[in-house]
Design a protein around this ligand. Sequence first.
Ligand code: FE2
Length: 669
Amino acid sequence: MAGYKLEVTTGDMTNAGTFDHIYVTLIGTGGRSERTELDNFGVDFNTGMTSIYTVKTCSSLGKLLLVNVEKDPYFCLPENQWYCSKIVVTTPEGDVILFPCYRWISRGELVELRGGRAMKVFEDDHPLLIDHRKKELTIKKTLYQWEITDERLLHNSNFKNISELPAEDCFSLSKTIELGYQKQITDAELMFKGLTGSTEQWESIEDIKKIFWFKTTKMSEYVTEHWKEDDFYGYQFLNGINPNVIKKCSELPPNFPVTEEMVKPFLDKGSSLQKEMENGNIFLCDLKRMDGLPTRVCDGEPLHITAGLCLFYMNPENKLMPIAIQLNQQPSEQNPIFLPSDTETDWLLAKMFIKNADSMLHQSVYHLMNTHYLAEVFTVATLRSFPVVHPLYKLLIPHFRYTLQINIMARDSIFGPDGILSTSSLGYEGLTELMRRALSETTYSSLCLPENITARGLMSIPNFYYRDDGLKLWNIINRFVKATVGYYYPSDKEVRKDTELQEWISEIFTHGFLGNKASGCPAGFYTVEEVIKFITMVIFTVSAQHAAVNSGQFDYQSWVPNGSLLLCKPPPNTKGQSSMKTILETLPNVGHTVNIAAMLWVLSEMYTDVVPLGTYPEEQFNEPVPKQMINRFQAELSHLKGVIITRNSQLEVPYKYLNPTQIENSITI
Ligand code: FE2
């Protein structure tokens, strides 16, 4: 007789346990065990519990290959799904083998678990394992499919609503309840004050402060007080929620005829624009991508957006100051260049229109498309191309938790034709066209932070905390990926032989970059180095980059004048005609303002079941080496946390969005 010890762990989420009968069959190279019920005295599969069982066989089963798990009903009780986390088997020979499961098992289902070392396709040599691998991928490819909703946009998953999603891809019950609760209290608070649906214009800027009774953050209060100040305006192009647009300017674009005379009063005494450009102190935000986009029609009139240009000066106090704004691409008399010396409201309006365009670009391109939708492409490609025993599945899958569900919700209530963003100045059609334009120009290199920063000439601009923290994170993630990928791919030969890996990148190239070679996205991998860089980009995008563009939304934009998605009047085309009344008429009405603020509240909350970057509650790897890499990764992140906290303690406006404890492992909100 031989005995196999099984340690069976039930998930710790609500309702993970079951009363049903659980059976296992162990399959090895030398035969299979009887179908054996796991049944100890008392309750067996309680939430969060690990129970120990013994499966007896006549003799050793040889090398253990698979564990089959089945669930049968207990009497005639209704369906009672079980979330099995993992089974650890100790063989009679003393080997300890992890069989990760991490999925819900329904009645009558037979789940075949693969355990042991992570294996690439060409390493499987037993016919049973080869067959299991093929079967698993066939099932996954049927379940997870690509859906093309727009020929010029990234493809998405085939799941149109949450009820179609496999249970393991859904939010936990606690997250669902909290998210619902958060939305409810926000709605209730606003309705209670009679603001939701109100078409009234704001009577004064001060009135906007009354939107939220008990929801403010230190940062949102700071924004409320400082939003009009030029240095804080410039600061936000580096460390606000859209640090992605500004570039060094060594030569003025020909369509932006700023003269020395215009900006001289705002430069250092005795200096000139030419000199400051040569010294690398002039920067530009050029919103030409917005030019000619269709806008939303409101009360029979099309709304206006600006494809503007804003010039910045990094002054000797290391403050980035806006010094000239032109609100449309083509210079003309009706398109004056606004200056800080214009009337307060002219200058404020010009800044507000630049921020309006920047906000729409931020939401549709830098937040939704470049993080959420790209993450969905990575997720679907991973689920379709890698079996669970593949080392890159084990490495990547924790970084895609909840992404399919949040994107279904985003397409429905935020970005869809009836979503909140459809009430922006561009509306659904304009935002969609903006995303199409942006995707056709998106490059792989722009998604890699070190190259992005270099290409924009921002390597040495001072007080750029997004860059400082982001590059440190990029390097930490890169070291972790290099160690892990290098362990499983000792040479380029393994990369070229791995047909599953080649299929994975080919799917991303086709469905994420629409097969556009000019994007620079690889269609196949030839070297280990290429794989390491790409996976670094994937993990950075779904964790750090998403945090940078997502977490500060309430902080920066709940105070709607600081970056409104909707402006109701045309931009000024002459100087000296505006007043505070113009500003109030330009801002969205009360109902629109509170809708936008409520959305930002829900999207910026931290929910209780967050998994911070580098935390892997699911044990995917059996072998010790990747576990050591994870420990090192966590130690480096923890050190960075300390560095950021110390730095922030010296700052008037702390930059906290890339503190590793504030970054989630995946896109979940
Ligand atoms: Fe998000």
